[in-house]
Design a protein around this ligand. Sequence first.
Ligand code: BES
Ligand code: MN
Ligand code: MN
Length: 460
Amino acid sequence: MYLLSQNKQDQYLKELFDFLRIPSISADPKYKKSVKEAAKWLANSISLAGCENIKIISTKGHPIVYGEKIINSNLPTILVYGHYDVQPPDPINLWDSNPFNPIIKKTDTHPNGAIFARGSCDDKGQMFMHIKALELMISNNDLPCNVKFIIEGEEEVGSDNLEIFIRENSDHLKANVILISDTGILDNNQPSITTGLRGLSYMEVKITGPNRDLHSGLYGGTVANPINTLCDMISSLKDNKNRVAIPGFYDDVIELTSEERKEMSKVPFSDELFKKSLDINLTSGEIGFSTPERKSIRPTLDVNGIWGGYTGEGAKTVIPSEAYAKISMRLVPNQNWKKISNLFEKHFKKIAPLSVKVEVTTHHGGQAYVTPTENIAYKAAHIAYEKSFGKPPFAVRDGGSIPIVPMFEEVLGCKTILMGFGLDSDAIHSPNEHFGVFNFFKGIETIPHFYNNFVKLYNK
Ligand code: BES
Ligand code: MN
Ligand code: MN
């Protein structure tokens, strides 16, 4: 175990702050230069940590950063993946501080302080823990195995170019396990290991009514209003049990056995605290399932954005010609995201009344993933968390998606261990995203335990 002096801790935070100051927003073309700058910053950082063969690989989109430390070809290899791109900070007026000028503030869940900045938790801060952990192992001369780092700048926009890269370079990326910190733990007193991710299918729809915006007095009541029609169509996508009403949607879903559900219910969770943390009076979701089940083992459908008509100041009496919505579906193992996208498209076109035209487009998507818990990598992670937190971790299936994880398995034949350190309350993708200072250093402490235990179990 490495004891970090106050000086060293301050130094690590200072470096992370420099990294967080670079607005590496992958979705917005205006930030292309900043994304590149973040890639360069990273390449330099992994080089200072002791990585060799460093490459900044340009792609059709944003660059991929690669580095490795191969000490002995007879030893196992850990492939560390992370992403240096971040979500747009919008809505910017809801931030209490500048999203790209990190500051440390205390919160209820982080009494030792948390780093407030876009990307602090997702995923720059969590990825940076791996660089510092590697630096410590190399400089203390006790790196126990080979390491490869692959860090992309397009996770938040679907990882399309990383997929191409790994397909073309699968030989080069060979590893015994993939290690990722881009998820969370239950809370700072109760560690957990993420053993599942949901899949995703992201759609956009456009409804067109009359060929131009109309005076709502002269025409109101005579033509289909595209926004009203879109709302009707969307509300018909869920039935009275809050199940997705697209024919065939559940066909491939693997239902959990009652034993598996019973096991899941042992993980501590308070509906009361959950409601309180979100200022809601009632949770809502598929009938017959608990909140933890609804957000992990069950698929769902949500509108992410909806627009059309007049939304400016004051009132304008108008029937809009067009209405739009972005709709995503979270999927579970064995559902195929491309098949689901097709089912959605077919169904959405079918339920449209003759009074409007419908266009449906598919954005990105990805498959769900489940980590097996019987292999040595999972065992090594379990021991690592138990050592650093003083408590054994629970296995928890998560609701978010990391589409490259199932892709790694398909292309490299390699399993992933999701060793995250964020909290659900860290507001990733939201205003005031933050990452606990405690969590940052706990991560740096836990990662070397994983390396050592993995190599030990591998040699057994
Ligand atoms: N790190 C998240 C995913 C995540 C967070 C999984 C917390 C589990 C717990 C990742 O950066 C992310 O936001 N993924 C996107 C998917 C992507 C295709 C845009 C998501 O889940 O919406
Ligand atoms: Mn992430
Ligand atoms: Mn994210």
